[in-house]
Design a protein around this ligand. Structure first.
Ligand code: RIB
Ligand code: CA
Length: 312
């Protein structure tokens, strides 16, 4: 039975790959997509989400625009990484798909409250504003989620936020929202930079995807554009493919090792705002609240990604 999934996302180059991987995977079924400001401004994010669905022939997927700004922080977009349009600036044709009128926060609450308890999983691929406000609006959703699979945070890998260099971008863009989510008691699985910075789209891996079909070719173009920033800026041998790790966890968990730890989000300090503080060795004795995706068989991941993209 495919696992029903809500995706909250800020596409975003790596978000696109995550959404396409989900579309191509029979292990999950996407109930809908909500958009959040992040990699660029919300209107462009929402247009990109429509474009990603249209390119994969999934105009059946409802798209719900969410918050256009973080709860308190000033939005720190990442066009330098994802392109001026947030999707690799590939001169896209106009998109015809239109989003729903319902707000993402209302959609998340209504979806979870109308589904059987423990039925729905939500993958969060951007700042956690929509999810946090849904929890504030209707706290009963926390216990009804089967799992929250979140791309975000960093423990030993440094940060990638231009606002707060020690913090990861999704968390740093809305640390107050992240604190609400991490303190909610929900069943959280986290894919941090510690994992994703070792999951690099090298030229060899991109070439193994190219030529596998229409969407695979577009994905290869996106990965090529997206990788240049981290290769030039961080000296990595390839671009870290973050968001698809959340979907890979759901469809191929044996690719990962995990660790249960207590994670807190810094919301008081300006110099470390949005830092995810992981009690890696259980020093505090606090009950762990997060399952961290720790190691990944990256060759297995890219083989899975290539095979699945070839199905679209
Ligand atoms: O730090 C990486 C995360 O921030 C990814 O989700 C990327 O898409 C951006 O949203
Ligand atoms: Ca993202």
């Amino acid at each position: 039975m495919p696992r029903p999934l809500l995706i909250d996302t800020d596409p975003g180059c790596d978000d696109a790959l995550a959404i396409w991987l989900a579309f191509a995977s029979p292990e999950v079924t996407i109930r809908g997509i909500s958009t959040i400001c992040g990699n660029t401004a919300l209107p462009q994010i929402t247009e990109n989400a429509c474009r990603i669905c249209e390119l994969a022939g999934r105009i059946d997927i409802p798209i719900y625009p969410g918050c256009s700004q973080p709860m308190l922080q000033t939005l720190d977009t990442a066009e330098v990484v994802h392109g001026a349009d947030g999707l690799a600036d590939l001169r896209w044709p106009p998109v015809s798909m239109r989003p729903q009128a319902m707000h993402a926060v209302d959609w998340i609450v209504d979806s979870v409250m109308s589904a059987p308890a423990g039925d729905l999983t939500l993958c969060a691929l951007g700042p956690l504003t929509n999810l946090a406000l849904a929890i504030v609006k209707e706290r009963r959703i926390v216990a009804r989620f089967r799992e929250l699979v979140i791309m975000g945070g960093s423990f030993f890998a440094g940060g990638n936020s231009s606002q707060v260099p020690v913090s990861e971008s999704n968390i740093a863009n809305d640390p107050h929202a992240a604190r609400i989510v991490f303190e909610s008691g929900a069943n959280i699985t986290l894919a941090p930079l510690d994992l994703t910075h070792r999951n690099l789209a090298t030229p060899e891996r991109i070439n193994a995807i190219r030529g596998r079909g229409h969407v695979a070719d577009i994905a290869a173009d996106i990965m090529t554009f997206y990788s240049r920033y981290d290769v030039e800026k961080m000296g990595l041998p390839g671009g870290p493919i973050h968001d698809p790790c959340t979907i890979a966890w759901l469809i191929a968990p044996t690719l990962f090792s995990t660790r249960r730890i207590d994670v807190e989000v810094e919301t008081m300090s300006t110099s470390s705002l949005g830092l995810t503080i992981g009690d890696w060795w259980g020093a505090t004795g606090k009950k762990p609240n997060v399952t961290v995706l720790h190691n990944l068989d990256s060759d297995g991941f890219y083989s899975l990604l290539a095979d699945r993209l070839a199905l679209l």
